[in-house]
Design a binder for this molecule. Structure first.
Ligand code: PMP
Length: 396
C-alpha cells in the first residue's frame, strides 16, 4: 500500500504516524491534479470555450464523486477550503437564523474548529451554548443528552470521531435525542472520512463537514454536505462572484445552492484531486481495511500498556475507537518525546491538538498522538514502541 503514496515510496525509512493531522496524498489524486492542470485548467462557470467547459465538467464531476462518497446528491455538496471553513459556513449561514434564547449543543470533545465558531456565534447573536461532557473513557456522555437538550436547541454540533482519543460518536443515539426536541444535527467528519466512505442518509443527520487533506487528497479543499431542503433556504456567508443572480446598487439576488455558498473561484484542481482520492477509496474493501486498522491499533494499545509511566487517553479497546491514540508519559514533555522519535524517523505530533476543552476534561495539558492510516503496518507500530522505550530511557 505504501507504494501507492509517492511520499512514502520516496522515503522508505519514514514511519508516518500523523495522518490525523494530514494524511499522505494518493498517487491517483496527484495524477488527477496534474492531468487537470495540464489538460483542462481554466476558470469554472463563466467560460464558453471548450477548455472552460472541460474545467466545468471536471469540477461538477468532482461534486458528484463527493456526493457518492457520502451517499448524497450532487446539489447538496458545497466545496470549501476545508472542514474549518465548512463549519464556519454553517455557524454563519444557519447561525444567521438564530437569536437570543436559541441554543446550540456541542461537546467537550470538539476540535477548536467545531467549538470556536459556536463561541463566536454566541458573542454575535447571544445564543446559549450547552456542552456535553466526556466520560473518563473519552466517549461522549450521551446519558446527559436529555438534560442538556431543550425545546430551544436548534442544532447539535458534534465530532464524528475525536482527533485526540479516536472515540467514535454513537450517531444514532445523538440523532434520536436531537429529533425529540426538533434540533438539527451536524457532524464534524474530519477524522472519520479517512477510515472509509460515510452514509449521511443512514446516519439521518443534517450537516457533514470534512477536509480533503485528511482523506489522501490535496490540501485547500473540503466539503460541506447539507440536506437539500436546508441548503435551499440558507443565506450566503461570503459575497462575491458566482454566488449571485442579479447585482446592482440596490442589492443582489442569491444564486441557487450550492453555488450560493461558493463565492469566488473555487479550489478547482484540489476538488478534482479530492474526487480522484474519494473514487479510489470507494473501490477499497473497507470491512477488511477497518479490521486491519483495528488490529494495528490493538497491537499499539497492547504495547503502550506495557510501557511504565505511560497513560493512554480514552478507551484501551481498539474496537471503540478509530486508530488515533494519544498518551502522556509521566515527567516527559510531548515535544521532547516527539523530538527523540523524529531522530528515529517517526513523525508524530505532541501538544494540545486544537482540543483544549477535551484535554482539560481529561486533566492533561498536552499529549503525544500517534494516528494510523491504511498505509501503516506492523513495522511502524514496532518502531514507535521501540522509540518510546528509548525516549523513556534517554529523557528520564
Ligand atoms: N475537526 C477535526 C476533528 C479535526 O481533526 C480537524 C483537523 N485537525 C478539523 C476539524 C479541522 O480541519 P482543517 O484544519 O482541515 O480545516
Amino acid at each position: 500500500m505504501k507504494s501507492e503514496f509517492p511520499l512514502l515510496a520516496a522515503q522508505p525509512g519514514l514511519h508516518y504516524l500523523d495522518s490525523a493531522a494530514t494524511a499522505q496524498i494518493h498517487r491517483g489524486a496527484l495524477d488527477a491534479v496534474l492531468r487537470h492542470e495540464t489538460g483542462s485548467r481554466a476558470n469554472v462557470m463563466r467560460g464558453t470555450y471548450a477548455l472552460a467547459e472541460a474545467a466545468d465538467q471536471a469540477y461538477e464531476s468532482a461534486r458528484t464523486s463527493a456526493a457518492r462518497f457520502l451517499n448524497a446528491a450532487a446539489d447538496e455538496i458545497v466545496f470549501t477550503s476545508g472542514a474549518t471553513a465548512a463549519l464556519n459556513l454553517v455557524a454563519h449561514a444557519f447561525g444567521a437564523g438564530l437569536q437570543a434564547g436559541d441554543r446550540v449543543l456541542v461537546s467537550q470533545a470538539e476540535h477548536h474548529s467545531n467549538f470556536v465558531p459556536w463561541l463566536m456565534l454566541r458573542e454575535r447573536q447571544g445564543i446559549a451554548l450547552d456542552i456535553l461532557p466526556l466520560r473518563p473513557d473519552g466517549q461522549l456522555d450521551l446519558d446527559r443528552l436529555p438534560e442538556l437538550l431543550h425545546d430551544q436547541t436548534r442544532l447539535v454540533a458534534l465530532t464524528h470521531c475525536s482527533n485526540v482519543t479516536g472515540a467514535v460518536t454513537d450517531v444514532a443515539a445523538v440523532v434520536d435525542a436531537a429529533r425529540r426536541v426538533g434540533a438539527k444535527v451536524l457532524l464534524d467528519g474530519a477524522q472519520a472520512v479517512q477510515h472509509g466512505p460515510q452514509d449521511v442518509r443512514v446516519m439521518g443527520i443534517d450537516f457533514y463537514a470534512f477536509s480533503g487533506h485528511k482523506c489522501f487528497a490535496p490540501g485547500g479543499v473540503g466539503v460541506l454536505w447539507a440536506r437539500r431542503e436546508l441548503l435551499r433556504d440558507l443565506p450566503p456567508f461570503h459575497g462575491g462572484g458566482g454566488m449571485v443572480g442579479e447585482v446592482g446598487p440596490g442589492g443582489f439576488s442569491w444564486a441557487e445552492a450550492p453555488r450560493r455558498f461558493e463565492a469566488g473561484t473555487p479550489p478547482i484542481a484540489q476538488a478534482v484531486g479530492l474526487a480522484a482520492a474519494l473514487d479510489w477509496m470507494m473501490g477499497l474493501d473497507w470491512p477488511r481495511l477497518r479490521m486491519r486498522e483495528a488490529e494495528l491499533c490493538a497491537r499499539l494499545l497492547d504495547g503502550l500498556h506495557d510501557i511504565r509511566g505511560l497513560r493512554v487517553l480514552g478507551s484501551m479497546r481498539a474496537d471503540r475507537r478509530a486508530p488515533i491514540v494519544s498518551f502522556e508519559m509521566a515527567g516527559l514533555h510531548p515535544h521532547d518525546i516527539c523530538q527523540v522519535l523524529d531522530a528515529r524517523g517517526l513523525a508524530l505530533r505532541g501538544g494540545h491538538h486544537c482540543a483544549q476543552p477535551l484535554l482539560a476534561a481529561l486533566g492533561v495539558e498536552a499529549c503525544t498522538r500517534a494516528s494510523l492510516a491504511l498505509y501503516n503496518d506492523a513495522a511502524d507500530v514496532a518502531a514507535l514502541l521501540d522509540g518510546l522505550r528509548h525516549a523513556a530511557k534517554v529523557l528520564r
